[in-house]
Design a protein around this ligand. Structure first.
Ligand code: DGT
Ligand code: CA
Ligand code: CA
Ligand code: ZN
Length: 579
């Protein structure tokens, strides 16, 4: 067997966790393997190479036992514990555990109670309507299983990579290539440069004094798991984090053409090409051809490409064919918000709920990241984290925050209040009225009809003490779809009640998304870009993703409430007007 890659090791550890769960092992053991799998999947360098040096233990969640299992996987082709467990169950049952929405625990119950030992047996049981009568399953679960079986049969869609994971590797790769003596210009292109929510792969454009030497060096970087044959035009790589990277090497005088072409989007390029044709020009990755003279203009910069077409430079985040070409022609491109324009953060958690740091630690971290004010917004009473903030605890927390003096940052007392299924909030109004800042968020009961969910959200937005609706759609990118609701009705209500909408900057959320944020601003609703920080590192790592969503939504500083000092921001909120 060839040496296992990080993805293969992670899959083996995940499988071992599943097998232990099928076997009814204690939860700690199961979680340990899942955590280890995650650490391996995210490791930037070869975990097997680390294990061979006895250093895989340095990764979070990996100890001597798991390191041994990694070595066994490489040397014996399998983890002995997994082989032993597998022999206890029918092979088809493992596949059943992997069906989206099932998992080992439910698969085990289907096996014990209905003798489901394969995907075929599962389909037969579902079609015979045997599953809906099982306790804890029901008719909806049965329909979900059938849908999942159909989707799996239709050839599962490959998941895309969430932007922060891709950029972490992509930016390291770009930095490493820039250090190479043969490298001149090195830039990310493609969807990562446009800062989309997810990417399929990374595209890197390079100019080099010795192209072949640079391609070879790229193939040998520590981040690289495998590479196709390097050539003077570039090389295709796969990183240890299982991301494909296309490195393209180009002549300096065509750098602008290729960078523009490979930054995309495809829709932007197609519209650009149409616009050019009307001017007698032909745009390609090699240059801009003038049909009348037959001359091809090669462009060292993207600015030249756009200028040849009579356009102002368009930043990558706007290149989605959403009106940017017309605006660039008319000189009406927006003056977009930029990194560093946020003056305060209005959503963070501490150890009072599910955060990992104290109020003081969060405040200092926010200050050091350049913020002037910070609202502490722990989860409200009914969140169900076990350490949620009861009304009395919130009263005490408000007192503490009012009593704290921290140099260089103003602290605000807030809460992320749960919106209950009927749209009411889980603190009394008298308590909410004592807070400087109230976020209303949905964290439970996602499965409602669109009409019910809309009514629930609208009621929360209409509440006179709510300042902002937190992560309005509830999506987790690539993991959980947004719940169904009518965003237009929510925007209309927010406009009417002077309530703001959050752009939750967490790269797994980016919620509201770019299109919704643009619609909100068009309706006169201010946005708030928030970190939703649960740890101190978030204040430096997370804001860029919220800024990126805002830029993709064409937002200027005026559209984003927390670009203002706290005193000015308050004028924007509807509390006074609404109450
Ligand atoms: P993704 O799917 O996250 O990798 O998204 P992109 O935009 O990075 O797409 P990718 O890597 O397939 O291609 C990079 C760029 O190359 C794309 O943004 C625009 C350009 N491109 C690719 N295919 C076409 C095409 O068929 N027509 C045009 N005009 N441009 C294309
Ligand atoms: Ca790409
Ligand atoms: Ca590509
Ligand atoms: Zn939340």
């Amino acid at each position: 067997m060839p040496e296992p890659t990080n993805s293969e090791i992670a899959a083996a550890l995940d499988e071992l966790g599943d097998l232990y769960e099928l076997d009814g092992a204690i939860i700690h053991r199961i979680v340990a393997y899942r955590n280890a799998a995650k650490a391996v999947r995210e490791a930037p360098t070869s975990v097997l190479a680390l294990a061979r040096q006895g250093r895989a233990k340095e990764l979070p969640g990996i100890g001597a036992t798991i390191q041994e299992k990694v070595l066994a996987l490489a040397d014996e082709g399998a983890i002995p514990a997994a082989v032993k467990l597998k022999s206890k169950f029918p092979p088809g049952l493992i596949e059943v555990t992997r069906l989206p929405g099932l998992g080992p625990k439910r698969a085990r119950r289907l096996f014990d109670e209905l003798s489901v030992d394969s995907l075929d047996a599962l389909r037969a049981a579902a079609e015979a309507q045997q599953i809906q009568n099982l306790k804890g399953f029901g008719a909806k679960a049965e329909a979900t299983i059938l849908a999942a079986l159909d989707a799996a049969g239709a050839g599962e869609e490959r998941t895309r990579i969430v932007l922060d994971r891709a950029l972490e590797v992509g930016e390291q790769l770009v930095a490493a290539l820039r250090e190479h003596p043969a490298a001149d210009r090195v830039e990310l292109a493609g969807s990562a440069r446009r800062m989309t929510d997810t990417v399929k792969d990374l595209d890197v454009i390079v100019t080099a004094s010795e192209p072949l030497a640079l391609a070879q060096a790229a193939a040998e970087l520590k981040l690289v798991e495998s590479a196709q044959k390097p050539g003077s035009a570039g090389v295709r790589l796969r990183t240890h984090t299982a991301i494909q990277v296309d490195v393209r090497i180009v002549e300096p005088d065509q750098f602008g053409n290729l960078l523009q072409h490979l930054t995309g989007s495809k829709q932007h390029n197609m519209a650009l090409r149409d616009m050019a044709v009307r001017k007698g020009l032909h745009v390609s990755e090699y240059g801009v051809l003038d049909d009348t003279t037959g001359e091809t203009h090669r462009c060292a910069t993207e600015e030249e490409v756009y200028a040849l077409l009579g356009l102002a430079y368009i930043v990558p985040e706007l290149r989605e064919n959403r009106g940017e070409l017309e605006a660039a022609a008319n000189g009406t491109l927006p003056d977009l918000i930029e990194a560093g324009d946020l003056k305060g953060d209005l959503h963070c958690h501490t150890t009072a709920s599910d955060g990992t740091a104290s109020i003081e630690e969060m405040a200092l971290a926010a200050r050091d990241a350049g913020y002037e004010y910070l609202a502490i917004t722990d989860h409200s009473a009914s969140m169900g984290f076990g350490s949620d903030v009861s009304p009395d605890q919130l009263r005490a927390q408000i007192e503490r925050i009012r009593g704290l003096e921290i140099d260089g940052i103003e602290l605000l007392a807030g809460s992320e209040v749960n919106v209950l299924p009927d749209g009411s909030l889980d603190y009394e109004d008298a308590l909410l009225a004592q807070l400087d800042w109230v976020i209303a968020s949905i964290h439970t009961s996602f499965r409602m009809s669109s009409a019910q969910m809309t009514e629930r959200i609208v009621r929360a937005v209409e509440h006179p003490l709510v300042d902002v609706l937190g992560h309005p759609s509830g999506r987790k990118i690539e993991r959980r779809l947004p719940y169904e609701y009518d965003i237009e009705a929510v925007i209309e209500t927010a406009a009417r009640t002077s309530t703001m909408l959050e752009i939750n900057a967490n790269p797994d959320r980016r919620d509201v998304n770019d299109i919704q944020a643009r619609a909100a601003v068009a309706a006169g609703v201010p946005l708030v870009i928030s970190t939703d920080a649960h740890r101190v590192g978030s204040f430096t790592r997370v804001p860029r993703y919220g800024i990126a969503t805002a830029r993709r939504a064409w937002l200027t500083n005026d559209d984003v409430a927390n670009t203002r000092p706290w005193a000015e921001l308050q004028v924007l909120r509807g509390r006074v007007a609404k109450a």
